[in-house]
Design a protein around this ligand. Structure first.
Ligand code: HEC
Ligand code: HEC
Length: 237
């Protein structure tokens, strides 16, 4: 009876333990991440006594709202993203590191992004070791993340029709001023078309917070987004 019970317990617990261990290191290789971090360390310090440099220090970044580090002066865009509810977790950090402007168009972080998923996973595994409580950070394999920031070449290659964009734009100009004014609602005119397209898809995929914009973008097709990008991008002409 005892033996039967022990077997039952083993059967119930062991597979679970094995899975937990597997996901624990699935996030990436922190040792390799140390090397990748040399691309960040010119601007960001991490570890004991880290202070803010060009960028804020990155201790305890997991679980923190964007733009929330006391005493550091963030860009308006980063502050807005944080106020909207952007929180740094594995998924949002992964997206920001892949293409910073996709999540935060006006970010002051002049960094092109880490295009390799493995590089991002490793650097995040490294940063995770500097979180207050690494064990509490939910983990996922990089491949299990559902959102990919990088758009397919097909989407980026769509040539937007500015006239169609103009037709669609009346839905947008009830909030966004077409003269580029910014009275709390950001200006969306004269943007590089690719930045505009990437930002709209980030709302559509719900990587960017903000329910209204998620809904607006969610209703638009890839062609419509390209058309709006073309229209708002060259309003001057
Ligand atoms: C050229 C300097 C520079 C480099 C290189 C750089 N960053 Fe940044 N980073 C910044 C600045 C400046 C900000 C603040 C951005 C803003 O306010 O819009 C920032 C913001 C961030 C934030 C958001 C912080 C917060 O408190 O919300 C994270 C996370 C971050 N960087 C991670 C990284 C990682 C990881 C790397 C390397 C892969 C990196 N950065 C490379 C300058 C840099
Ligand atoms: C009901 C008001 C409203 C409507 C309608 C609206 N927007 Fe927005 N939009 C906002 C607000 C508010 C923000 C700032 C959201 C945020 O902080 O992420 C925003 C943000 C954006 C951004 C990102 C700006 C930035 O600086 O990051 C883009 C691009 C954008 N909207 C495009 C559009 C387009 C295109 C349309 C029409 C299809 C549209 N919006 C319709 C309110 C609106």
């Amino acid at each position: 009876m005892t033996r039967f019970f022990a077997l039952l317990v083993a059967a119930a617990i062991l597979p679970w333990a094995a899975v937990a261990e597997e996901t624990a290191d699935a996030i990436g290789d922190p040792t390799r991440g140390t090397k990748i971090y040399s691309k960040c360390s010119g601007c960001h310090l991490v570890g004991p006594n880290a202070t803010d440099r060009i960028g804020p220090h990155l201790n305890g970044i997991f679980g923190r709202a964007a733009g929330a580090h006391e005493g550091y002066r963030y860009s308006k865009s980063m502050t807005r993203a944080g106020n909207d509810g952007l929180v740094w977790d594995l998924e949002t950090l992964d997206a920001y590191l892949e293409n910073p402007r996709a999540l935060v168009s006006g970010t002051r972080m002049s960094f092109r992004g880490l295009k390799q998923a493995q590089d991002r996973a490793d650097v995040l595994a490294y940063l995770r070791t500097y979180s207050d409580n690494p064990a509490n950070i939910p983990e996922a394999e990089p491949t299990a993340r559902k959102h990919e920031v990088e758009l397919t070449p097909e989407i980026l290659a769509i040539v937007g029709d500015p006239e169609y964009g103009e037709y669609l734009s009346s839905e947008c100009t009830t909030c966004h001023q077409s003269d580029g004014g910014d009275d709390g609602i950001p200006s969306i005119v004269y943007w590089p078309e690719e930045d505009f397209v990437v930002a709209m898809h980030a709302y559509k995929r719900k990587l960017r917070p903000h329910p209204v914009m998620q809904m607006m973008a969610g209703r638009l097709s890839d062609e419509e987004i390209a058309a709006l990008a073309a229209y708002f991008g060259r309003l001057a002409n």
